[in-house]
Design a protein around this ligand. Structure first.
Ligand code: PGA
Length: 242
């Protein structure tokens, strides 16, 4: 694991965007795994700016998003489909046929999940996976517990996560209870992984990810087993690393 500690959110975002740009420069038809949440917003803003300046070209890139709430329509403002189009896809040169989101209707969810991993494999696998981390150590919606799933699956969100995400909804009751997420295996198959963390709410999760035991209680700790992981954390998020 490579750990880069930066001063603040802005610097984290710039470093992360630079890694995405480098991946696309090295391989114009790169396959990118993308994350949502507050953490990567600055990275996306930077990528939009670089794209407008002609410094990165997404015309041949394929994207796969990590997760999506189950049962939210794509046009719902809190869906990750909406988030990705609002923060990135509508603002760069990428077409709908290049974009893959794990949103589906719940009746066909098992088949959809199977096919999502098959689509990633058929695209040649993910070259660069961007991750955030939950305060509870989750990556994607792979929640702490006594077991983790390998492939893309439907998951019941924990109360911690529902509460953390309720800040985006009018009331906690509106937060979906389930999501579709790539599994730990889907994530670990990526060629390179970059995990971003900002703020003291992530400090314990980052310390356990970097220095703790590999345990299903901290899903991000499995990243210790991957050969090419870069963690970019600001000072607050890195504060408890000993
Ligand atoms: P955040 O979420 O970026 O909004 O903090 C990260 C996560 O829960 O994975």
């Amino acid at each position: 694991m490579e750990l880069t500690i930066v001063d603040n959110y802005q610097e984290m975002s710039e470093r992360a965007a630079a890694l995405v740009v480098a991946a696309v420069e090295t391989k114009p038809a790169a396959v990118l795994g993308l994350a949502t949440g507050s953490t990567p917003e600055g990275m996306y803003a930077r990528l939009v700016k670089l794209s407008r300046e002609g410094k990165v070209d997404f015309s041949r890139v394929t994207t796969f998003n990590l997760d999506e709430y189950a049962g939210l329509a794509p046009e719902h403002e809190q869906s990750y489909f909406y988030y990705m189009h609002h923060h990135l896809f509508n603002l760069i040169n990428i077409g709908p046929e290049q974009i893959n989101m794990p949103g589906c209707d719940l009746e066909n969810v098992e088949q959809f999940c199977l096919e999502y991993d098959q689509r990633i494999a058929a695209a040649g696998g993910i070259d660069l996976q961007v991750l955030g981390i939950g305060g509870n150590g989750h990556i994607g919606f792979n929640e702490p517990g006594n077991q983790l799933r390998v492939s893309t699956h439907l998951v019941d969100l924990t109360e911690d996560t529902i509460l953390a995400n309720s800040r985006f909804f009018k009331a906690v009751e509106e937060v979906p209870r389930q999501a579709v997420t790539m599994g730990l295996g889907s994530i670990m198959l990526a060629g390179k992984i970059v995990l971003l963390a900002s703020g003291k709410a992530k400090a314990e999760a980052i310390a356990r990810t970097v220095c703790g035991l590999v345990t299903t209680e901290v899903p991000a700790s499995f990243l210790q087993l991957h050969r090419d992981v870069t963690i970019i954390a600001d000072r607050e998020a890195a504060a408890l690393i000993s």
